[in-house]
Design a protein around this ligand. Structure first.
Ligand SMILES: NC(=O)c1ccc[n+]([C@@H]2O[C@H](COP(=O)([O-])OP(=O)(O)OC[C@H]3O[C@@H](n4cnc5c(N)ncnc54)[C@H](O)[C@@H]3O)[C@@H](O)[C@H]2O)c1
Length: 452
C-alpha cells in the first residue's frame, strides 16, 4: 500500500476512469447511433482500424483508391484472423464471421450510408482535402467524419467540409487492432454530441480514449518529438543508440527510442522532421538521423535502421555503419564525445516528456495531467509501475525536476533553448504543488484540494 509502485498503479487505474470525463459533456449530452462504419484507405492503419469494428460486430466498408492496395489490405486482415485461429485464440467460424463484416469498395458512394467514416489515407493535406470534399458530398446528414491524421491540423481538415461540427480526429496507434490508445481530437467546431459519440464508440471497440486539442502531434507525438530530439542530441554528445535504448528500457520502457523508431519506420519521423525544417528554418537539422534515412534505413521493414535485423528475426543488432555516421557527424560538429551516465540519459528523456507535457497542459490541449499519463501508459510503453511521465515528475518533486533541467540547460550540446521550462512547471514548483493541482488551461485547483 505504501510503495511507490502501488501508488503508481492506483494512479493509472483512476487516471483511465478520469480520462472518460470530458469537459463540456455530461450524461445528458445526446449521442448518435453508430451501426455501420466506413474506413477510407486500406493501408497500414486502415486495415487494423476496420478490424476493430468487425471485432465489435459492427459492419465496415473498407475503401481504397487502388485495387492492389485494397487486395493487400484485405489479405492482411485475413492473415491476422487466420493467425488468431492458428494460435487457438479464436474459433474458425468466429474469424469467418468477423472477416465477413468487412466489405471492400473502391467507389465513395459505397460509404454514403455509414454512420461514421474514418479517413486513413496518405499523410498529405492535399489528399485529405480531396477525400473530405468527396465525403462531404456523399455522406448522409448526421454522419460523423473522422480523420486518423497523426500531425495535420484537424481544424483545417474540418474546414474542407460544409459540416465542420461533424468532424473530429480519431488517432489510432499502430498496430491499430492491438494498441489500446485512441486519441480523440476535438477540433474547434466539433459538436458535443459528436465528441460524446466518439467516446462511446471507443469504449465499444475496447479502446482507452483520451481527448486532445488540436496541435502538431496532439498529446503523444508532440511529446515524443521532444523526447526523440534529446535522444538524438545524446548521440552527438557521446552515447550510442544501444546505450540510450538500454538505459531507458532499464527504467522500464518497453522499448527505447531507437528500437521504437525502427519498429514504427524511420521514414515517418524523417517526413515530420523535413516538414519541421521547412516550417522552422532556424532549426538545426538532425544530421545523424537524416543520414540514416538517406541510406534507406527505415528500420525493421527494410532490415536496416538504427540497428540491423537478420531475415525473419526482430533482434536489434548493433551496426558499425551507424557508428561511423555518428562519429563523422560528431567530428563535423567539433564535439569530443563524452561518456554520458545512464542516469542522465534517463532524466533527459523523461524531463523532455515532462516539460512538453506541462506546455500541453497549460495550453489546454490535455484536460488534465493524468490524461497525459494515460496516453503514455497505453500508447508508448511507459512503465505502468511508474504511473506515467507527469505522475513520475510529481513524485520526484517538481522543484528537483526544474533543478535538473537547469543543469541540462547549462550544457551547450543538450540544447539550452530546449530546456526553457514551461511556465506551468515553474509556477507549480514555486508553490510546492504537483501536476495534479493543475486542471485544464493551466489554472490551479485550490491548495489543499484532492491529490493523488
Ligand atoms: N503508420 C502509422 O504508424 C500511423 C499511426 C497513426 C496514424 N497514422 C496516420 O494514418 C494515415 C494512414 O497512414 P498509413 O500508415 O496507413 O498509410 P499507408 O500509406 O499504409 O496507407 C494509405 C492508403 O490510403 C490509400 N489512399 C491514398 N489516397 C487515397 C484516396 N484519395 N482515396 C482512397 N484511398 C486512398 C492508399 O492507396 C493507401 O492504401 C496517415 O494520416 C497517417 O499519418 C499512421
Amino acid at each position: 500500500m505504501v510503495s511507490d509502485e502501488s501508488k503508481a498503479l492506483r494512479h493509472a487505474f483512476f487516471a483511465e476512469r478520469a480520462a472518460s470525463k470530458v469537459r463540456g459533456l455530461d450524461e445528458k449530452t445526446a449521442q448518435r447511433k453508430i451501426a455501420s462504419v466506413a474506413v477510407i484507405g486500406a493501408g497500414t492503419m486502415g486495415g487494423g482500424i476496420a478490424m476493430n469494428f468487425a471485432n465489435a460486430g459492427i459492419p465496415v466498408t473498407l475503401l481504397d483508391a487502388r485495387q492492389e492496395a485494397l487486395d493487400r489490405g484485405l489479405a492482411g486482415i485475413r492473415k491476422n484472423y487466420e493467425g488468431a485461429v492458428a494460435k487457438g485464440k479464436m474459433k474458425p467460424d468466429e474469424a469467418t464471421k468477423r472477416a465477413a463484416l468487412i466489405t471492400p469498395a473502391m467507389d465513395f458512394a459505397a460509404a454514403k450510408n455509414a454512420d461514421l467514416v474514418i479517413e486513413a489515407v496518405f499523410e498529405d493535406l492535399a489528399v485529405k482535402k480531396d477525400v473530405f470534399k468527396r465525403l462531404d458530398a456523399v455522406m448522409k446528414r448526421g454522419a460523423i467524419l473522422a480523420t486518423n491524421t497523426s500531425t495535420l491540423d484537424v481544424d483545417r481538415i474540418a474546414a474542407f467540409t460544409k459540416r465542420p461540427g461533424d468532424v473530429l480526429g480519431l488517432h489510432f496507434f499502430s498496430p491499430a487492432n492491438i494498441m489500446r490508445l485512441l486519441e480523440v481530437v476535438r477540433a474547434k467546431k466539433t459538436r458535443p454530441d459528436v465528441l460524446a459519440t466518439a467516446m462511446a464508440v471507443a469504449r465499444k471497440i475496447g479502446k482507452t480514449a483520451v481527448v486532445s486539442g488540436v496541435c502538431d502531434g496532439f498529446i503523444g507525438n508532440r511529446m515524443i518529438n521532444a523526447y526523440s530530439q534529446q535522444a538524438l542530441l545524446m548521440l552527438e554528445e557521446g552515447a550510442s543508440p544501444q546505450q540510450v535504448d538500454k538505459a531507458i528500457e532499464k527504467f522500464g520502457f518497453a522499448m527505447g527510442p531507437f528500437r521504437m523508431s525502427d519498429l514504427a519506420g524511420n521514414d515517418i519521423s524523417w517526413h515530420i522532421r523535413k516538414r519541421h525544417y521547412a516550417e522552422h528554418p532556424k532549426q538545426r537539422p538532425m544530421r545523424i538521423a537524416d543520414r540514416v534515412c538517406e541510406l534507406g534505413r527505415f528500420g525493421q521493414k527494410t532490415g536496416l535502421g538504427w540497428y540491423r535485423y537478420e531475415a525473419g528475426k526482430r533482434d536489434a543488432l548493433p551496426d558499425p555503419v551507424v557508428d561511423e555516421i555518428i562519429a563523422e557527424e560528431r567530428k563535423a560538429l567539433k564535439i569530443t564525445p563524452r561518456k554520458i551516465p545512464d542516469a542522465e540519459i534517463i532524466d533527459r528523456l523523461l524531463y523532455a516528456l515532462v516539460n512538453e507535457g506541462a506546455r500541453i497542459l497549460e495550453e489546454g490541449i490535455a484536460q488534465r495531467a493524468s490524461d497525459i499519463d494515460v496516453v503514455y501508459l497505453t500508447g508508448y510503453g511507459f512503465p505502468v509501475h511508474r504511473g506515467g511521465p507527469m505522475f513520475h515528475a510529481s513524485r520526484i518533486g517538481l522543484k528537483s525536476v526544474l533543478r535538473r533541467m537547469k543543469e541540462f540547460a547549462a550544457n551547450p550540446h543538450a540544447g539550452p533553448a530546449f530546456w526553457k521550462p514551461a511556465k506551468l512547471l515553474v509556477k507549480l514548483a514555486a508553490e510546492g504543488l504537483s501536476f495534479d493541482d493543475a486542471s485544464d488551461k493551466g489554472s490551479m485547483k485550490k491548495k489543499g484540494g484532492r491529490r493523488g
